[in-house]
Design a protein around this ligand. Structure first.
Ligand code: UDP
Length: 275
């Protein structure tokens, strides 16, 4: 019986590659739509986009085929453009169909919501008909806490409980409004109205300096996008409200932004990871 032998150099490089892959795949956190793995070097993480969708504080669950691939692309596209206009973000680069390399940040436990037109919870809360333009863009904050259902909070809560210092909250709010101006123009140029969206921010520590950076994702999961002419909803409300054609809506947003995966929608069912 023949014995297969490997050179020590081969074995060493094989095990070093294996150890690196294991390190890259070590899961840090699993959220509703994304998984975070340890990154290839200190201070980095890998953000993996799933097809899972949830709504109404996890009460409704489902899958939107190809959503992870599309959101990875859309978020890359938007974060890159925001970086170009001087908004600091956690995004480093896209790694493959479903993963992107990001900087490790300490997430500030706030959902920062910017609204241009009444929809969703503000319509219910204030009795405003969906689609009513707001007198001006409005920034709202929710405390990120699944057990409490992400309650609405005000600046007093945020600073009194120390979730963000007053000057950090000012910076976050001014970034949120700049992002809104930029994204409103970007989406209108492809025939989409930006109704509202949610942002998350993190603290990035470099040496002893702290910087606030945009984190998480920006995608049809976190934005309301309506067709300019027909007001057709092209976002997660299609899933929340059982409107049908959910996959198609996500694809349509990517198509309009010019970033459908190379070979079109068929690419969405391709392999998860191409390293
Ligand atoms: N949003 C989000 N995650 C949340 C809550 C809201 O991405 O946990 C987004 C949502 O997609 C919408 C905006 O934030 O674009 C405003 O959502 P709203 O407060 O109206 O809540 P909803 O109606 O989604 O419950």
């Amino acid at each position: 019986m023949g014995i297969v032998s490997f050179s020590p150099i081969f074995l060493l490089s094989y095990f070093s590659f294996w150890i690196q892959s294991m390190a890259r795949r070590r899961q840090i956190y699993e959220g509703k739509a994304k998984v975070i793995f340890e990154g290839p070097e200190p201070g980095t993480l890998v953000q993996y986009f799933k097809d899972d969708a949830t709504a109404f504080n996890n009460k409704k669950k489902g899958t939107i085929t190809g959503k992870g691939v599309i959101n990875n692309r859309i978020s890359e596209f938007i974060m890159t453009r925001l970086g170009d206009i001087g908004i600091p973000t956690h995004f480093v680069r896209r790694l493959n169909m479903r993963e992107q390399l990001i900087k490790a940040v300490e997430i500030i436990p706030l959902e920062v919501i910017v609204r241009n037109v009444a929809a969703g919870s503000i319509s219910e809360r204030l009795g405003l008909e969906e689609g009513t333009p707001l007198p001006r863009s409005i920034v709202e904050y929710c405390y990120k806490n699944d057990d409490l259902g992400d309650p609405f909070v005000c600046e007093e809560h945020i600073t009194a409980f120390g979730w963000a210092a007053p000057q950090d909250l000012d910076e976050i709010t001014s970034y949120a409004l700049r992002i809104n101006d930029f994204l409103t123009g970007m989406f209108i140029s492809v025939g989409l109205k930006l109704i509202d969206f949610k942002l998350e921010f993190g603290r990035l520590w470099e040496n002893d300096e702290m910087r606030i950076v945009l984190a998480d994702e920006i995608s049809p999961d976190s934005c309301r996008l309506w067709d300019v002419k027909t007001n057709e909803k092209l976002d997660k409300d299609r899933f929340r409200r059982d409107l049908g054609d959910v996959e198609e809506a996500y694809q349509e947003v990517a198509r309009r932004l010019g970033i459908l995966p190379e070979s079109g929608p068929s690419d969405l069912k391709g392999p998860d990871t191409i390293q």
